[in-house]
Design a protein around this ligand. Structure first.
Ligand code: ZN
Length: 407
């Protein structure tokens, strides 16, 4: 499938880019010591409720990493999946009495338009699960050949028992979370409660595909690992990817299982770093489908909200801090970007070298966007009061490259 269109990314010349520091969910604060070929895999949407502000905040965080790595001279290879076959999608189709493929296609188009409007750089490959059945089949065959696959009534499970030493929580908590996030710990015949399903036999009335494991459909974790390994394992060196990213709700079981499945199938490390974006809340609760409190990017845009105001509002909070969305945040952001625009519309502004170097330094410290925006705002206010140098074009291009703000 084609990604959305790619914007220009003008170089920010003449500045040093310190090596990016990020908080990895397992390791804490790390310096991203990666080669010039930087490989990142970000878990994509299940296209049935796209794109709410929680999604937008997540993809925005990884967009900043991609921008920073590209601008600091790395060649970024970024892959993202679209889980266009999954239980929630089928449930939605049933509830609305509509076709699951139509929902997936419409929501994927909407997602792509939202990403484009928010100036998120597109992945090199945006890959649908339904286009990847052969790749997933080959991956499951590897698990089988290494003895980590078993069957219960036509369903196939990955035997995770040998790989549980790094569980991020206690086993009993893991079982609880596993059950809450689509797992089936109590099924009769399982070798371990945490074994995830990698291929499920076709259920009456559900879509399915032919495979070496019968007619059916793939399980969640194996989809991402199969796609990531296929598209990003270019040199057979460890790790397969440098960063696996997603929302913090993917830490367990999804990203933990992804790493263990790759270890089992290839005997190799999947990702050098695991980076997670925090959740966006509304009225004190996490924004989620189950709570019914989703705010959609497309609805805000069609109500006339400037996508750059949405981007600015999300950047005002730190990507790894759970935070609240509100009308106030949005209107405050609209006022702030108007101030920046007013400054940039002047032919004379304040000297910009310190500003641009400061924004680079802020980003290098675990993407400190709240400080970067404060810095930009204060420079804009100064420029409106006492501009003296013709550098507004330079600032405009630099903040577009670094922060994705086209103002
Ligand atoms: Zn994933």
């Amino acid at each position: 499938m084609n990604s959305w269109p790619r914007n220009n990314l003008p170089l920010v010349a003449g500045y040093e880019f310190p090596t990016l520091k990020i908080i990895d969910s397992n390791l804490g604060l790390v310096t991203l010591n990666t080669p010039s070929d930087f490989r990142i895999y970000v878990c994509g949407i299940t296209p049935y409720d796209a794109t709410h502000l929680g999604h937008a905040a997540t993809y925005l965080a990884f967009d900043l990493i991609n921008r920073y790595q590209s601008l600091s001279g790395r060649s970024v290879n970024f892959v993202e999946n679209v889980t266009d076959i999954d239980d929630p999608l089928l449930e939605r189709a049933k509830r609305d009495n509509s076709n699951w493929q139509n929902i997936a296609d419409t929501q994927t188009q909407l997602f792509k338009a939202d990403m484009s409007a928010l100036r998120i750089l597109p992945p090199n490959d945006l890959v649908k699960v339904t286009e990847s059945i052969a790749i997933i089949n080959d991956f499951i065959k590897k698990l089988d050949s290494r003895g980590y696959l078993y069957e219960i009534s036509g369903d196939y499970y990955f035997s995770v028992g040998d790989f549980l030493s790094g569980l991020p929580v206690s086993t009993s908590d893991a079982v609880k979370i596993f059950a809450e996030r689509g797992g089936d710990p109590y099924r009769q015949g399982k070798k371990h409660q945490l074994d995830p399903l990698v291929w499920s036999a076709n259920a009456e009335g559900e879509p399915g595909w032919e495979s070496s494991f019968g007619f059916g459909r793939p399980g969640w974790h194996v989809e991402c690992t199969a796609i990531a390994c296929k598209y990003l394992d270019k040199d057979s060196n460890d790790p397969i990817v440098h960063v696996q990213g997603g929302g913090s709700d993917l830490i367990f079981p999804h990203h933990f299982m992804s790493a263990q499945i790759v270890k089992a199938a290839y005997g190799r490390d999947f990702s050098q770093y695991f980076v997670h974006a925090a959740m966006i809340g509304l009225d004190g609760e996490k924004m989620s489908k189950s709570k019914g409190n989703l705010v959609f990017v497309s609805k805000l845009i069609s109500a006339g909200i400037d996508p750059m105001a949405i981007r600015w509002a999300l950047l005002q909070g730190h990507y790894q801090k759970d935070r609240e969305w509100s009308e106030n945040l949005l209107s405050e952001s609209e006022i702030q970007i108007a101030t920046v625009r007013r400054a940039l519309a002047q032919s004379e502004v304040t000297e910009s070298k310190e500003l641009i170097a400061g924004i680079i330094a802020d980003l290098s410290k675990n993407l400190d966007t709240p400080s970067a925006l404060k810095r930009l705002l204060s420079w804009s206010e100064q420029s409106i009061n006492a501009g003296s140098i013709n550098q507004s074009g330079l600032v405009s291009r630099s903040i577009d490259s670094l922060l994705g703000l086209a103002l």
